[in-house]
Ligand binder design. Structure first.
Ligand code: 3PG
Length: 398
Protein backbone atom coordinates (compact mmCIF):
# COMPACT_ATOMS: atom_id res chain seq x y z
CA UNK A 1 0.00 0.00 0.00
CA UNK A 2 1.13 3.54 -0.77
CA UNK A 3 2.45 5.40 2.28
CA UNK A 4 3.34 9.01 2.93
CA UNK A 5 6.78 8.20 1.52
CA UNK A 6 5.25 7.86 -1.94
CA UNK A 7 3.44 11.18 -1.91
CA UNK A 8 4.60 14.66 -2.87
CA UNK A 9 2.97 16.87 -0.26
CA UNK A 10 4.61 20.15 -1.22
CA UNK A 11 2.10 23.03 -1.08
CA UNK A 12 -0.74 20.47 -0.96
CA UNK A 13 -3.64 20.30 1.46
CA UNK A 14 -3.00 17.00 3.24
CA UNK A 15 -6.07 15.71 5.08
CA UNK A 16 -4.69 13.55 7.90
CA UNK A 17 -7.37 11.36 9.48
CA UNK A 18 -5.98 10.73 12.96
CA UNK A 19 -7.45 9.18 16.09
CA UNK A 20 -7.37 11.85 18.78
CA UNK A 21 -10.03 10.01 20.76
CA UNK A 22 -7.97 10.52 23.91
CA UNK A 23 -8.97 10.51 27.56
CA UNK A 24 -9.51 13.96 29.09
CA UNK A 25 -8.83 14.83 32.71
CA UNK A 26 -12.15 14.80 34.58
CA UNK A 27 -11.27 17.89 36.61
CA UNK A 28 -9.69 20.32 34.15
CA UNK A 29 -10.51 18.78 30.77
CA UNK A 30 -6.88 18.63 29.61
CA UNK A 31 -5.47 15.67 27.70
CA UNK A 32 -4.83 12.90 30.23
CA UNK A 33 -2.94 10.52 27.95
CA UNK A 34 -1.34 11.75 24.73
CA UNK A 35 -0.10 8.40 23.36
CA UNK A 36 -2.39 8.64 20.34
CA UNK A 37 -1.34 12.23 19.66
CA UNK A 38 2.37 11.40 19.78
CA UNK A 39 1.77 8.34 17.58
CA UNK A 40 0.97 10.49 14.53
CA UNK A 41 3.84 12.97 14.95
CA UNK A 42 6.10 11.21 12.40
CA UNK A 43 3.38 11.58 9.74
CA UNK A 44 2.64 15.15 10.73
CA UNK A 45 6.33 16.12 10.69
CA UNK A 46 6.75 14.52 7.27
CA UNK A 47 3.91 16.68 5.92
CA UNK A 48 5.20 19.86 7.54
CA UNK A 49 8.83 19.30 6.58
CA UNK A 50 7.72 18.55 3.03
CA UNK A 51 6.00 21.92 2.82
CA UNK A 52 2.48 20.50 2.98
CA UNK A 53 -0.54 22.05 4.69
CA UNK A 54 -1.71 19.66 7.38
CA UNK A 55 -5.47 19.43 7.96
CA UNK A 56 -6.02 17.13 10.93
CA UNK A 57 -9.40 15.46 11.43
CA UNK A 58 -10.57 13.26 14.29
CA UNK A 59 -13.51 12.19 16.37
CA UNK A 60 -13.65 12.42 20.17
CA UNK A 61 -16.14 10.34 22.10
CA UNK A 62 -19.57 9.49 20.77
CA UNK A 63 -21.56 12.76 20.50
CA UNK A 64 -24.09 11.11 18.15
CA UNK A 65 -24.36 13.89 15.58
CA UNK A 66 -24.84 16.64 18.20
CA UNK A 67 -22.49 19.46 19.15
CA UNK A 68 -21.41 18.47 22.66
CA UNK A 69 -19.04 21.14 24.05
CA UNK A 70 -17.32 18.67 26.40
CA UNK A 71 -16.34 16.66 23.33
CA UNK A 72 -14.71 19.57 21.51
CA UNK A 73 -11.19 18.93 20.27
CA UNK A 74 -10.07 22.27 21.78
CA UNK A 75 -7.95 20.63 24.53
CA UNK A 76 -6.25 18.50 21.88
CA UNK A 77 -5.45 21.59 19.76
CA UNK A 78 -3.86 23.21 22.83
CA UNK A 79 -1.93 20.07 23.69
CA UNK A 80 -0.64 19.64 20.14
CA UNK A 81 0.37 23.30 20.00
CA UNK A 82 2.50 22.66 23.09
CA UNK A 83 4.16 19.58 21.59
CA UNK A 84 4.89 21.25 18.24
CA UNK A 85 5.80 24.63 19.68
CA UNK A 86 3.54 26.24 17.08
CA UNK A 87 -0.02 27.48 17.14
CA UNK A 88 -2.52 24.81 16.06
CA UNK A 89 -5.82 26.59 15.48
CA UNK A 90 -9.08 24.69 15.88
CA UNK A 91 -11.60 25.22 13.08
CA UNK A 92 -15.16 25.93 14.31
CA UNK A 93 -16.45 22.89 12.41
CA UNK A 94 -15.12 20.18 10.08
CA UNK A 95 -17.04 21.11 6.92
CA UNK A 96 -18.64 24.24 5.45
CA UNK A 97 -17.60 27.55 3.91
CA UNK A 98 -15.76 28.99 6.92
CA UNK A 99 -13.70 25.85 7.31
CA UNK A 100 -12.99 25.71 3.59
CA UNK A 101 -11.68 29.29 3.80
CA UNK A 102 -9.40 28.43 6.74
CA UNK A 103 -8.02 25.43 4.86
CA UNK A 104 -7.46 27.43 1.68
CA UNK A 105 -5.64 30.14 3.62
CA UNK A 106 -3.39 27.70 5.46
CA UNK A 107 0.30 28.33 4.77
CA UNK A 108 2.62 25.45 3.82
CA UNK A 109 4.22 23.97 6.93
CA UNK A 110 1.24 24.92 9.14
CA UNK A 111 -1.44 22.82 10.87
CA UNK A 112 -5.20 23.21 11.23
CA UNK A 113 -7.26 20.90 13.44
CA UNK A 114 -10.89 20.39 12.40
CA UNK A 115 -13.59 20.20 15.06
CA UNK A 116 -14.98 16.79 16.11
CA UNK A 117 -16.16 14.88 13.02
CA UNK A 118 -18.90 13.16 15.00
CA UNK A 119 -20.67 16.46 15.66
CA UNK A 120 -22.18 15.55 12.27
CA UNK A 121 -24.38 12.45 12.01
CA UNK A 122 -23.03 11.96 8.48
CA UNK A 123 -19.69 10.80 9.88
CA UNK A 124 -20.85 7.57 11.53
CA UNK A 125 -23.51 7.02 8.83
CA UNK A 126 -20.78 7.11 6.17
CA UNK A 127 -22.98 9.63 4.38
CA UNK A 128 -21.81 10.20 0.77
CA UNK A 129 -22.59 13.93 0.83
CA UNK A 130 -20.66 14.42 4.09
CA UNK A 131 -17.78 12.33 2.70
CA UNK A 132 -17.73 14.54 -0.41
CA UNK A 133 -17.67 17.71 1.73
CA UNK A 134 -14.67 16.39 3.64
CA UNK A 135 -12.97 15.43 0.38
CA UNK A 136 -13.33 19.04 -0.83
CA UNK A 137 -10.81 20.04 1.83
CA UNK A 138 -8.10 17.81 0.51
CA UNK A 139 -5.54 17.29 -2.24
CA UNK A 140 -4.09 14.21 -0.57
CA UNK A 141 -5.94 11.98 1.91
CA UNK A 142 -3.89 10.15 4.54
CA UNK A 143 -5.31 7.63 6.99
CA UNK A 144 -3.14 7.49 10.11
CA UNK A 145 -5.98 6.40 12.36
CA UNK A 146 -5.60 2.65 12.84
CA UNK A 147 -7.71 2.71 16.02
CA UNK A 148 -10.83 3.78 14.11
CA UNK A 149 -10.19 1.89 10.87
CA UNK A 150 -12.66 -0.83 11.91
CA UNK A 151 -15.45 1.74 11.47
CA UNK A 152 -16.90 2.31 7.98
CA UNK A 153 -17.29 6.01 8.72
CA UNK A 154 -17.19 8.92 6.28
CA UNK A 155 -13.71 10.19 7.17
CA UNK A 156 -12.23 6.69 7.14
CA UNK A 157 -14.20 4.99 4.40
CA UNK A 158 -16.56 7.15 2.31
CA UNK A 159 -14.04 9.91 1.71
CA UNK A 160 -11.72 7.56 -0.19
CA UNK A 161 -14.29 7.47 -3.03
CA UNK A 162 -13.96 11.21 -3.61
CA UNK A 163 -10.26 11.97 -3.22
CA UNK A 164 -7.70 12.01 -5.99
CA UNK A 165 -4.78 10.64 -4.05
CA UNK A 166 -4.46 8.73 -0.82
CA UNK A 167 -1.89 6.98 1.30
CA UNK A 168 -1.31 5.32 4.65
CA UNK A 169 0.30 7.35 7.44
CA UNK A 170 3.32 5.90 9.20
CA UNK A 171 1.42 4.81 12.32
CA UNK A 172 -1.18 2.92 10.31
CA UNK A 173 1.53 1.30 8.20
CA UNK A 174 3.43 0.29 11.35
CA UNK A 175 0.32 -1.23 12.95
CA UNK A 176 -0.43 -3.30 9.84
CA UNK A 177 3.17 -4.42 9.44
CA UNK A 178 3.59 -5.34 13.11
CA UNK A 179 0.37 -7.31 13.15
CA UNK A 180 1.39 -9.22 10.01
CA UNK A 181 4.78 -10.01 11.46
CA UNK A 182 3.21 -11.34 14.65
CA UNK A 183 0.20 -13.20 13.33
CA UNK A 184 0.72 -14.01 9.66
CA UNK A 185 4.40 -14.73 9.47
CA UNK A 186 5.45 -15.30 13.07
CA UNK A 187 8.61 -16.69 14.50
CA UNK A 188 7.50 -19.75 16.41
CA UNK A 189 6.46 -20.81 18.94
CA UNK A 190 3.63 -18.26 18.75
CA UNK A 191 1.68 -17.64 21.95
CA UNK A 192 -1.43 -15.55 22.38
CA UNK A 193 -2.63 -14.46 25.81
CA UNK A 194 -6.32 -13.57 25.89
CA UNK A 195 -8.04 -12.09 28.90
CA UNK A 196 -10.88 -9.75 29.71
CA UNK A 197 -14.23 -10.07 31.35
CA UNK A 198 -16.45 -11.76 28.80
CA UNK A 199 -15.86 -14.77 26.62
CA UNK A 200 -18.84 -13.68 24.49
CA UNK A 201 -16.77 -10.78 23.07
CA UNK A 202 -13.79 -13.01 22.28
CA UNK A 203 -15.32 -16.05 20.57
CA UNK A 204 -14.48 -14.81 17.07
CA UNK A 205 -10.94 -14.12 18.25
CA UNK A 206 -10.49 -17.60 19.73
CA UNK A 207 -11.96 -19.30 16.66
CA UNK A 208 -9.57 -17.42 14.44
CA UNK A 209 -6.55 -17.99 16.67
CA UNK A 210 -6.79 -21.70 17.41
CA UNK A 211 -5.63 -22.79 13.93
CA UNK A 212 -2.73 -20.32 14.07
CA UNK A 213 -1.14 -20.47 17.50
CA UNK A 214 1.09 -22.91 19.35
CA UNK A 215 0.07 -21.78 22.83
CA UNK A 216 -3.11 -20.14 24.05
CA UNK A 217 -3.30 -18.63 27.52
CA UNK A 218 -6.78 -17.76 28.76
CA UNK A 219 -7.17 -15.51 31.78
CA UNK A 220 -9.46 -12.82 33.11
CA UNK A 221 -13.05 -13.44 34.10
CA UNK A 222 -13.65 -15.06 30.71
CA UNK A 223 -11.55 -18.00 31.93
CA UNK A 224 -14.29 -18.79 34.46
CA UNK A 225 -16.61 -19.95 31.69
CA UNK A 226 -13.90 -22.33 30.47
CA UNK A 227 -13.31 -23.59 33.99
CA UNK A 228 -17.01 -24.31 34.31
CA UNK A 229 -16.86 -26.08 30.92
CA UNK A 230 -14.21 -28.31 32.49
CA UNK A 231 -16.62 -29.16 35.29
CA UNK A 232 -15.00 -26.96 37.95
CA UNK A 233 -17.22 -25.05 40.31
CA UNK A 234 -16.09 -21.45 40.40
CA UNK A 235 -18.03 -20.20 43.42
CA UNK A 236 -19.72 -16.84 42.94
CA UNK A 237 -17.51 -15.89 39.96
CA UNK A 238 -18.83 -14.25 36.82
CA UNK A 239 -19.72 -17.01 34.35
CA UNK A 240 -21.55 -16.72 31.03
CA UNK A 241 -23.61 -19.88 31.31
CA UNK A 242 -24.93 -19.61 27.77
CA UNK A 243 -21.35 -19.91 26.47
CA UNK A 244 -20.24 -22.95 28.48
CA UNK A 245 -20.99 -25.25 25.52
CA UNK A 246 -19.08 -22.92 23.16
CA UNK A 247 -16.14 -23.03 25.56
CA UNK A 248 -16.20 -26.85 25.43
CA UNK A 249 -16.18 -26.76 21.62
CA UNK A 250 -13.26 -24.31 21.56
CA UNK A 251 -11.25 -26.45 23.97
CA UNK A 252 -11.95 -29.54 21.83
CA UNK A 253 -10.82 -27.65 18.71
CA UNK A 254 -7.60 -26.64 20.42
CA UNK A 255 -6.99 -30.25 21.49
CA UNK A 256 -7.54 -31.55 17.95
CA UNK A 257 -5.09 -29.00 16.58
CA UNK A 258 -2.46 -29.80 19.19
CA UNK A 259 -2.61 -26.28 20.66
CA UNK A 260 -1.50 -26.10 24.27
CA UNK A 261 -4.10 -24.23 26.32
CA UNK A 262 -3.28 -22.77 29.72
CA UNK A 263 -6.22 -22.04 31.98
CA UNK A 264 -5.92 -20.84 35.58
CA UNK A 265 -5.09 -23.52 38.14
CA UNK A 266 -5.51 -21.15 41.06
CA UNK A 267 -7.06 -17.75 41.63
CA UNK A 268 -7.16 -14.67 43.80
CA UNK A 269 -10.73 -14.71 45.07
CA UNK A 270 -12.73 -12.44 47.36
CA UNK A 271 -16.33 -11.96 48.49
CA UNK A 272 -16.60 -8.94 46.13
CA UNK A 273 -14.47 -6.58 44.08
CA UNK A 274 -14.40 -4.02 46.89
CA UNK A 275 -13.41 -6.60 49.50
CA UNK A 276 -9.80 -6.90 48.38
CA UNK A 277 -8.63 -6.97 52.00
CA UNK A 278 -10.30 -10.37 52.30
CA UNK A 279 -8.80 -11.77 49.09
CA UNK A 280 -7.08 -15.12 49.22
CA UNK A 281 -5.42 -17.66 46.98
CA UNK A 282 -7.57 -20.69 46.16
CA UNK A 283 -7.22 -23.61 43.73
CA UNK A 284 -9.80 -23.21 40.92
CA UNK A 285 -11.54 -26.47 41.81
CA UNK A 286 -12.02 -25.34 45.40
CA UNK A 287 -13.49 -21.86 45.12
CA UNK A 288 -15.93 -21.53 48.04
CA UNK A 289 -19.51 -20.62 47.04
CA UNK A 290 -19.26 -17.17 48.66
CA UNK A 291 -16.05 -16.15 46.86
CA UNK A 292 -15.56 -14.89 43.31
CA UNK A 293 -12.41 -14.98 41.19
CA UNK A 294 -10.95 -11.53 40.41
CA UNK A 295 -7.46 -12.47 39.28
CA UNK A 296 -5.50 -15.54 38.32
CA UNK A 297 -3.45 -16.91 41.19
CA UNK A 298 0.27 -16.93 41.87
CA UNK A 299 0.78 -20.53 40.75
CA UNK A 300 -0.97 -19.73 37.46
CA UNK A 301 1.21 -16.68 36.93
CA UNK A 302 4.31 -18.85 37.35
CA UNK A 303 2.86 -21.42 34.94
CA UNK A 304 2.19 -18.71 32.34
CA UNK A 305 5.71 -17.30 32.64
CA UNK A 306 7.19 -20.76 32.27
CA UNK A 307 5.08 -21.53 29.19
CA UNK A 308 5.85 -18.19 27.53
CA UNK A 309 9.58 -18.42 28.18
CA UNK A 310 10.47 -20.43 25.03
CA UNK A 311 8.04 -18.52 22.77
CA UNK A 312 9.49 -16.34 20.00
CA UNK A 313 6.31 -14.32 19.47
CA UNK A 314 3.77 -13.30 22.10
CA UNK A 315 0.56 -11.38 21.42
CA UNK A 316 -1.47 -10.16 24.38
CA UNK A 317 -5.04 -8.85 24.49
CA UNK A 318 -7.10 -8.43 27.64
CA UNK A 319 -6.10 -8.23 31.32
CA UNK A 320 -5.72 -11.36 33.43
CA UNK A 321 -7.65 -9.88 36.34
CA UNK A 322 -9.56 -6.82 37.56
CA UNK A 323 -6.30 -4.86 37.38
CA UNK A 324 -7.82 -1.49 38.19
CA UNK A 325 -8.73 -2.64 41.69
CA UNK A 326 -5.94 -3.69 44.08
CA UNK A 327 -4.94 -6.37 44.92
CA UNK A 328 -6.31 -7.87 41.69
CA UNK A 329 -3.68 -6.24 39.46
CA UNK A 330 -0.90 -8.61 40.44
CA UNK A 331 -1.08 -11.17 37.59
CA UNK A 332 -1.66 -8.54 34.89
CA UNK A 333 1.30 -6.40 36.00
CA UNK A 334 3.39 -9.52 36.46
CA UNK A 335 2.70 -10.46 32.83
CA UNK A 336 3.42 -6.91 31.64
CA UNK A 337 6.78 -6.93 33.41
CA UNK A 338 7.60 -10.40 32.16
CA UNK A 339 6.89 -9.36 28.56
CA UNK A 340 8.93 -6.19 29.00
CA UNK A 341 11.96 -8.28 29.99
CA UNK A 342 11.35 -10.94 27.34
CA UNK A 343 13.46 -11.39 24.21
CA UNK A 344 10.36 -12.48 22.27
CA UNK A 345 8.67 -10.29 19.67
CA UNK A 346 5.85 -8.94 21.80
CA UNK A 347 2.69 -7.18 20.67
CA UNK A 348 0.13 -5.79 23.11
CA UNK A 349 -3.23 -4.58 21.86
CA UNK A 350 -6.59 -3.50 23.23
CA UNK A 351 -7.38 -0.51 25.42
CA UNK A 352 -7.21 -2.34 28.77
CA UNK A 353 -4.00 -4.24 28.10
CA UNK A 354 -2.28 -1.08 26.83
CA UNK A 355 -3.49 0.76 29.96
CA UNK A 356 -2.20 -2.07 32.17
CA UNK A 357 1.21 -1.98 30.50
CA UNK A 358 1.29 1.79 31.04
CA UNK A 359 0.24 1.47 34.69
CA UNK A 360 2.90 -1.18 35.23
CA UNK A 361 5.33 1.44 33.87
CA UNK A 362 6.78 -0.73 31.09
CA UNK A 363 5.25 0.65 27.86
CA UNK A 364 8.67 1.61 26.48
CA UNK A 365 10.12 -1.81 27.18
CA UNK A 366 7.39 -3.93 25.57
CA UNK A 367 8.07 -4.70 21.89
CA UNK A 368 5.00 -2.99 20.45
CA UNK A 369 1.89 -1.52 22.01
CA UNK A 370 -0.90 -1.02 19.49
CA UNK A 371 -2.96 2.18 19.56
CA UNK A 372 -6.03 0.10 18.68
CA UNK A 373 -8.78 -1.15 20.97
CA UNK A 374 -11.70 -2.49 18.94
CA UNK A 375 -9.62 -2.29 15.77
CA UNK A 376 -6.95 -4.56 17.23
CA UNK A 377 -9.60 -7.03 18.38
CA UNK A 378 -11.12 -7.17 14.89
CA UNK A 379 -7.68 -7.82 13.42
CA UNK A 380 -7.32 -10.71 15.90
CA UNK A 381 -10.68 -11.97 14.66
CA UNK A 382 -9.17 -12.15 11.19
CA UNK A 383 -11.40 -9.40 9.82
CA UNK A 384 -10.37 -7.01 7.09
CA UNK A 385 -10.85 -3.50 8.49
CA UNK A 386 -13.08 -1.37 6.24
CA UNK A 387 -10.85 1.70 6.55
CA UNK A 388 -7.76 -0.24 5.50
CA UNK A 389 -9.59 -1.93 2.65
CA UNK A 390 -10.93 1.37 1.33
CA UNK A 391 -7.49 2.98 1.55
CA UNK A 392 -5.93 0.09 -0.30
CA UNK A 393 -8.51 0.38 -3.09
CA UNK A 394 -8.03 4.14 -3.31
CA UNK A 395 -4.24 3.99 -3.35
CA UNK A 396 -4.33 1.41 -6.16
CA UNK A 397 -6.73 3.58 -8.14
CA UNK A 398 -4.74 6.75 -7.85
C1 3PG B 1 -11.28 3.76 19.96
O1 3PG B 1 -11.03 4.49 20.95
O2 3PG B 1 -11.28 2.52 20.04
C2 3PG B 1 -11.52 4.42 18.64
O3 3PG B 1 -11.27 5.79 18.70
C3 3PG B 1 -12.90 4.13 18.11
O4 3PG B 1 -13.87 4.71 18.91
P1 3PG B 1 -15.38 4.20 18.84
O5 3PG B 1 -15.42 2.85 19.48
O6 3PG B 1 -16.20 5.22 19.55
O7 3PG B 1 -15.76 4.10 17.36
Amino acid sequence: MKTLDHVDVSAKRVFLRVDFNVPLDKKDGTVADDTRIRAILPSLRKVLDGGGKAVLASHLGRPKGQVVPEMSLAPVARHLSGILGMDVPLAPDCVGGAVRKMVDELEPGRVLLLENLRFHGGETKNNPEFSRQLAELTDVYVNDAFAVSHRAHASVHGITEYVRECAAGYQLAKEIETFRQAMENPQRPLAVVIGGAKVSTKIGVLENLIPKVDLLVIGGAMANTFLKAQGKSVGASLVEDEFVETAKVLLAQARERGVRVILPVDATAAPSLDAGDRARQVPVDQVPPDLAIFDVGEETSALIRQALEPCATVVWNGPLGAFETPPFERATYDLARFLAASQAFTVVGGGDSAAAVAKAGVTDKVGYVSTGGGAFLEMLEGKVLPGIQALQKCSERA
